[in-house]
Design a protein around this ligand. Structure first.
Ligand SMILES: C[S@@+](CC[C@H](N)C(=O)[O-])C[C@H]1O[C@@H](n2cnc3c(N)ncnc32)[C@H](O)[C@@H]1O
Length: 284
């Protein structure tokens, strides 16, 4: 039987699939690629063999992993056909043939035990209706000595900064979602899912309970060697993101303002010309 919550999540991602990439860029000031690159870099430490990118969405992490491991085949799996369609088009545009895509549910993966050298996911675990089951599936399909890497955002619990982030995430992001993706509901769900999500230590504990050994979590920019890793985008990086967005918006206003002023000057000049010509005709 289909879980109604999971069906809602799938339907939501299918709805926003066409605008998903552009919305990520707008929302993060373009930083989202750097976050995925960090997860892809972690995969270099995994043993040789194929890599599974779970909840691959439009395929960006699968492509980043491929760029890091040219000898590995990467399989991108997602349960939203809409997202996979965007991923397929992106792979075709880049002539990328060593990333395979398939429709699959992270809670019941269609792979044998111990198939993959690494299992990655970005911004998935928050969306799982059964976190423990999802993590157990990641462990099942990873080889012994393999690596499970999961990247996500957690709410900063730093007084003051937490309020600024809350304001941005709960007020501005839904507005951006309505304007850019035409879907306010999906981008109201996003901050709510971050709010509900475990803290990095809580998530690391859930990974340990799923049987993953040597679990670490790492904030953006710090190095660790481990078999399973939760990468948290981190407070500092979120601050950088907000500053970039603020600077982008300010630059936008300056450009618009300049254009408006130029338009105003042109309108005045055209107006003067029309008056001069009309007077001349009047005299003739
Ligand atoms: C926020 S998007 C992340 C996409 C991509 N990993 C990225 O880095 O942009 C979450 C993705 O998880 C997928 N997803 C959520 N629950 C899933 C599940 N149980 N099985 C497979 N995919 C799932 C959604 O369809 C969506 O594409």
């Amino acid at each position: 039987m289909v879980d109604p919550d999971a069906a809602r999540v799938r339907e939501m991602f299918t709805r926003i699939a066409r605008r998903y990439d552009v919305m990520n860029t707008v929302m993060t000031g373009g930083r989202h690629h750097a976050w995925r690159r960090l997860a892809a870099e972690a995969v270099v430490a995994a043993p040789p063999g194929p890599v599974l990118d779970l909840a691959t969405g439009t395929g960006d992490l699968a492509l980043a992993v491929r760029a890091m491991r040219s000898a590995s085949t990467v399989v991108g799996a997602d349960f939203s056909e809409g997202m996979l369609r965007q991923a397929r088009a992106k792979l075709a545009r880049r002539r990328e043939t060593r990333v395979r895509l398939l429709a699959a549910d992270a809670l019941t993966l269609p792979f044998r035990d111990r198939t993959f050298a690494a299992v990655t996911s970005a911004f998935l675990v928050r969306n799982l209706t059964e976190l423990a089951r999802g993590l157990a599936e990641m462990r099942r399909v990873a080889m012994p000595g393999g690596l499970v890497v999961t990247l996500d955002i957690t709410r900063p619990r730093v007084p003051g900064w937490d309020r600024v982030f809350g304001l941005y995430f709960h007020r501005i992001v839904p507005l951006m979602g309505a304007l850019v993706a035409g879907d306010r509901a999906a981008y109201t769900y996003l901050p709510e899912s971050v709010e509900r999500f475990a803290s990095p230590p809580g998530m690391a504990e859930a990974m340990r309970r799923a049987g993953l050994r040597d679990v670490r979590y790492r904030r953006f920019g710090r190095q660790t060697e481990t078999h399973a890793m939760l990468i948290d985008v981190g407070h500092f990086e979120l601050l950088v993101t907000l500053i970039l967005i603020g600077a982008g918006v300010a630059a936008g206003f300056v450009i618009v303002d300049r254009r408006l002023r130029r338009l105003q000057r042109m309108t005045v000049a055209v107006g003067r010309l029309v008056i001069q010509e009309t007077r001349r005709w009047g005299r003739v």
